[in-house]
Design a protein around this ligand. Structure first.
Ligand SMILES: NC(=O)c1ccc[n+]([C@@H]2O[C@H](COP(=O)([O-])OP(=O)(O)OC[C@H]3O[C@@H](n4cnc5c(N)ncnc54)[C@H](O)[C@@H]3O)[C@@H](O)[C@H]2O)c1
Length: 417
């Protein structure tokens, strides 16, 4: 059988998907697009070293015309939807990196484009597929914890030390123009896949703007928090941010689910460890193995092996295989995960008021949001542009911090050569 021909848009994070595709039995990477030539050439070289010839494009329009069955979107986090819609309309399946969408209007646009196309849309939320979170998904699904009462999702990643490399000192880079609850799905998504529940209501909270991140050029608050009511009445608390921490793993991510029969928790400091308590079984601590497709999954180590699964399930879903249909995150779930953060920010700007999370599976609920472009990203928001934080902190495009970050990045590039 002919392998699926997949293109990758964005060669930074896209590098992870390229590596998976280079040794996947059912798909191959055929084209890569990135306007930043050194990154594009590096990706081309990696492919070549693996005996694969790929077409390289600096310009998206040239890439778009290339013969591909599917495309991975690993471009700017706030710009996935316009590209996803065009690709779906042109008959290509799409897998999107985080985040799903930048505004409520984009959530509606994306869902309708997927429905109209009849093609596969997959959300590459790798945090749902860590050994721990995937095991927690299984335990909850199989009823070990009982009816869900409370859950927590935490993603804390202090990126201040690499901010120059992540943003190149560009005041317009999405990382400098976020709102605190934008990058929310590493915290929220595992909670939704584990519990299998839909969010129905959200209140948002944010902390101060930390000096060490303002000095990097980040305009949002250091911490975003969503308090979410789930469809069964349970409550979840999710956070994300650049708070400082000392976790040797580099990222503080942990998850907890409490239910009628007990609780399950992923350890923050003990690597891939699960702690579980049930009224029937007492306390256990264990290291879960790879849940599915272990032989293939073990070949890929990034993000503790979790990175393999979104791409794999995307491919399997396109091929019509049950495993892909079951585990790949579809557009409705992807939108649920993301709009909790968009609406939480509305809440933050409105004294933490509680806001209904619409079920956009229902066409009748879409019209209310069709023209709702409000966000902090100028290209999407137009006249509905929101401030980057609720604290009144403003950093101008000409601020010294961007020059400092730019110089630091240029120096690191020279040292790399
Ligand atoms: N799931 C994860 O663990 C994880 C980790 C890192 C990044 N990400 C996501 O991956 C995506 C990319 O992040 P990143 O870290 O590589 O940084 P980034 O967002 O700065 O990189 C985007 C890349 O896309 C290229 N690009 C953007 N628009 C383009 C255009 N119109 N034409 C050609 N090239 C274009 C840029 O040159 C850049 O190399 C983001 O959505 C981010 O949220 C996810």
């Amino acid at each position: 059988m002919r392998k699926l021909r997949i293109g990758v848009f964005g060669a930074g994070r896209g590098d992870t998907m390229i590596n998976i595709l280079l040794s996947h039995p059912d798909a191959e990477v055929v084209a890569i697009c990135d306007k930043y030539k050194p990154l594009l050439d590096k990706a081309g070289k990696t492919a070549e070293e693996n005996g694969v010839k790929v077409a390289l494009f600096e310009d998206f329009e040239d890439f778009f015309r290339y013969d591909m069955d599917a495309v991975v979107l690993a471009n700017y986090a706030c710009e996935h939807v316009p590209f996803a819609v065009r690709l779906l309309e042109s008959g290509r399946h799409v897998m999107s990196e985080c985040l799903t969408c930048a505004s409520m209007a984009q959530a509606v646009q994306l869902i309708e484009a997927v429905e109209k196309s009849g093609l596969v849309y997959a959300y590459a939320e790798n945090y749902c597929y860590q050994d721990t979170t995937f095991e927690m998904w299984r335990a909850c699904e199989e009823g070990e914890i009982g009816d869900i009462l409370y859950a927590q999702g935490e993603y804390v990643h202090d990126c201040s030390g690499e901010w120059h490399a992540l943003t190149q000192g560009d005041p317009h880079h999405w990382r400098n123009n976020c709102f605190s609850t934008f990058y929310c799905t590493h915290g929220i998504a595992p909670v939704l896949t584990m519990t299998g529940l839909r969010p129905v209501k959200v209140s948002g909270f944010e902390s101060n703007c930390a000096k060490y991140m303002m000095e990097c050029g980040a305009r949002d608050s250091i911490l975003g928090m969503e308090i979410i009511t789930l469809e069964n009445g349970a409550v979840a608390r999710c956070i994300n941010g650049n708070l400082r921490h000392h976790n040797p793993a580099g990222i503080n991510s942990s998850y907890i689910v409490y239910g009628e029969k007990g609780m399950i928790e992923s350890s923050r400091y003990k690597g891939c460890t699960i702690e579980k308590y049930t009224v029937d079984g007492g306390c256990t601590e264990y290291t879960p193995g790879k849940r599915v497709e272990g032989d293939l999954a073990r070949k890929f180590s990034t993000h503790g092996g979790a990175d393999f699964y979104p791409t794999h399930f995307f491919i399997e879903k396109i091929l019509g295989n049950e495993i892909g249909k079951k585990y790949s995150i579809d557009v409705y779930r992807a939108v649920d995960m993301c709009i909790c953060g968009i609406l939480a920010y509305r809440s933050i700007l409105n004294n933490n008021m509680s806001i209904e999370v619409p079920d956009l599976r229902d066409p009748a609920q879409r019209d209310r949001y069709r023209n709702d472009h409000a966000c902090t990203f100028a290209y999407e928001a137009g006249e509905q542009l929101l401030p980057n934080n609720s604290k009144g902190v403003v950093i101008g495009d000409d601020a010294e911090c961007y020059k400092i970050m730019r110089e630091r990045w240029e120096e690191s590039q020279r040292n790399n050569c």
